[in-house]
Design a binder for this molecule. Structure first.
Ligand code: R5P
Length: 298
């Protein structure tokens, strides 16, 4: 078996952990934005682990998905690969896990079909945002799909901080699951979630606080992902206003469109902790260990 992917720390760690040779994937982009991912060595006859991460910032999901689809198809159709285990640490389009307004797509299901058709034999992802569509394994009809928790990796970084009287809070009702998960991994007893309303047309966010005493406590605001930073920044500001001593902004997927980090810091966050499911220079936690353990376990 070989590992195909960009030659970065993330993939070097996974290749080492699994004892696999890393076959570099070159991510070529033409001046007009077209992509041309190139597998740099022969893989004929070998099973492959294809490990590709999205880059943080604007407009990346589409480039990323096409890169994954082209590489899968190429490995299967032209390069003679055997089975392909696809590592896609962040699964884009998962928030569109329902047809919210007539005429919208059920994006994650369509994407699952496209990945199956392109040649993936199984897929491993991390903290996939599917609240309304059942589980990650249910959206794939033909292949095995594994959804790892990114909160374990976050908890390992958080546990290294000398926190006083910690409290975990999610920014919206849905995030109570993430708050609970992180609390369990951290061994922190108290957690809750604010309530948020987002205008479905404009995207504007309003956060409603709760009667929780956060005075002089170290508060971890947790979410699965941060994109514009609006949801996180509102919750961080609320925690500060409620008297928190230290506010840690913790999330699994750093999508982080430009300006989002500044927004969160500007709202009063003292520390930002995110994992490396997406390529971003500021990640302080790594999901590579959990991916290696999962692939080792078969
Ligand atoms: C929403 O359901 C997600 O869990 C995140 O809270 C949301 O996607 C964050 O988006 P933004 O950073 O743009 O507020």
């Amino acid at each position: 078996m070989l590992l195909v992917g960009p030659e970065d720390d993330f993939n070097i760690k996974i290749a080492r952990g699994l004892g696999l040779k890393l076959v570099p994937l070159e991510r070529r982009i033409f001046p007009d934005g077209e992509i041309c991912p190139r597998v740099r060595e022969e893989v004929r006859g070998s099973d492959v682990v294809l490990s590709l991460r999205m880059k943080s910032g604007v407009g990346r999901p589409n480039d990323y998905l096409l890169e994954v689809l082209f590489t899968l198809r190429n490995l299967k159709r032209h390069m003679g690969a055997g089975d392909i285990v696809l590592i896609m640490p962040y699964f884009p389009y998962a928030r569109q896990d329902a047809i919210f307004r007539i005429g919208e797509p059920l994006s994650p299901s369509y994407l699952a079909e496209m990945l199956e058709d392109a040649g993936a034999s199984s897929i491993v992802s991390v903290t996939v945002h599917l609240h309304r569509l059942g589980s990650f394994s249910e959206i794939f009809k033909k292949i095995k799909a594994t959804n790892l928790s990114g909160f374990k990796a976050l908890s390992e970084s958080i546990k290294r901080l000398p926190l006083q009287d910690p409290f975990i809070i999610g920014p919206d009702t849905e995030s109570i699951h993430w708050a609970r998960e992180l609390a369990q991994f951290c061994g922190i007893g108290e957690y809750d979630a604010f309530r948020k309303e987002r205008d479905i047309e404009t995207g504007d966010i309003r956060t409603y606080i709760k009667e929780i005493d956060l005075k002089n406590r170290d508060v971890i605001v947790v979410d699965d992902m941060v994109s514009t930073g609006g949801t996180m920044a509102n919750a961080v500001a609320a925690a500060k206003e409620m008297g928190a001593r230290l506010v840690i902004s913790a999330f699994v997927h750093p999508i982080l469109v430009p300006g989002s980090v500044e927004k969160i810091l500007g709202a009063g966050a003292d520390i930002i902790i995110a994992t490396d499911t997406i390529e971003w220079g500021g990640s302080k936690a790594s999901v590579t260990g959990d991916i290696i353990d999962t692939l080792r376990g078969g």
